[in-house]
Every structure is written in C-alpha cells, then in structure tokens.
Write a protein of this length. Sequence first.
Length: 164
Amino acid sequence: MTAYGLLIDYEYCTNCGSCEVTCKEEHDYPVGKWGIRVLGDGPWAIDEDNWNWNWYPLPTDLCDLCAERTAKGREPACVHHCLANIISYGPVEELAKQLAEKPKQLLIVPQFMPRVAKGPFVPQERDDGHRAAHIEVKGTGKAAFGAHRHDSRVGEIDETDLDL
Ligand code: SF4
Ligand code: SF4
C-alpha cells in the first residue's frame, strides 16, 4: 500500500498560522487541540553574519492527512491554505525525491490517533472572554465587542466580562 505524507519546505515558513487555523476549522478541533503546530527556534546568532531562526510546521497525532478531502481528490486543507505554498502532499516515494533536491525541508508521515482514542473533546473554558472561533487570542482591552462564527460551542463574549 502506498504511504502518503507531507513535505514541508520550512525555509520559507513565515509562521502566519494559516495551516493551524484551517486544519482546526476543517476538523472542528476545539481550543487547545491541533492537527498541526508551528514551532520556532531562534533567533540566535551563529556568527557575526548569520542567524538561526526557523519555523517548523509539525503535524500532530490528530493529523489524518485530511482523509476525507483526499478521498475526494482534494488536497489537504493545510496544503491548500498555506500562504507561502510550502506544503506538498503525496506518496512518500515521490516526496523523498523532492526532499533530496533541497535542504531545509521536512518529510513527515503522521500516525493518526483517532479522536475516540483521545477521549471526549471538551473545549477549554476561560473566564477572561478572550476566546474566539477555536483559537485563543489575546485582547488589547480596546475592543468594544467580539464577533464570532456561528459555532455554538464558542460562546458570545459579554461586554461586561471585558476589562475595557
Ligand atoms: S494534512 Fe490535514 S489534518 Fe494534517 S495537518 Fe494538514 S490540514 Fe491538518
Ligand atoms: S500556512 Fe504555511 S507559511 Fe503559514 S505557518 Fe503554516 S506552513 Fe508556515
């Protein structure tokens, strides 16, 4: 059976977070659970002229390689929505050839752990009102209201809860 994976050219990852958000939206993952995370290292100086500063998009155990989408011939959500167009999906054999052509890439074959193996998905509750659409956001204290998607699990922000 052909193994499929993701090839990520992290040299050009900008840490925009689009892959993280679109994966959560695609799979309806609640706050605090992710199919992919972007982890960083740096900046720290290698020498006078060079710095190490990289972002690494890494699929988690909740990445199923977008099985529903790919079964219909569509590309995974993170591939489609990556703003830098640096994520490729395909057979590992083909991706490995591309991997050999350029450094600063990651070839990943996630091992999907089904939701049922991880217990019920309980959205994290916060009491500061800084929560919206599956992602946590930090408020500036200047917003007068919160706009939210229709997801019933995401509560409307009550202005009286905000520290304005
Ligand atoms: S392939 Fe699908 S499930 Fe995996 S990280 Fe990308 S969007 Fe998430
Ligand atoms: S969407 Fe692409 S550029 Fe943005 S953080 Fe994810 S991998 Fe990096």
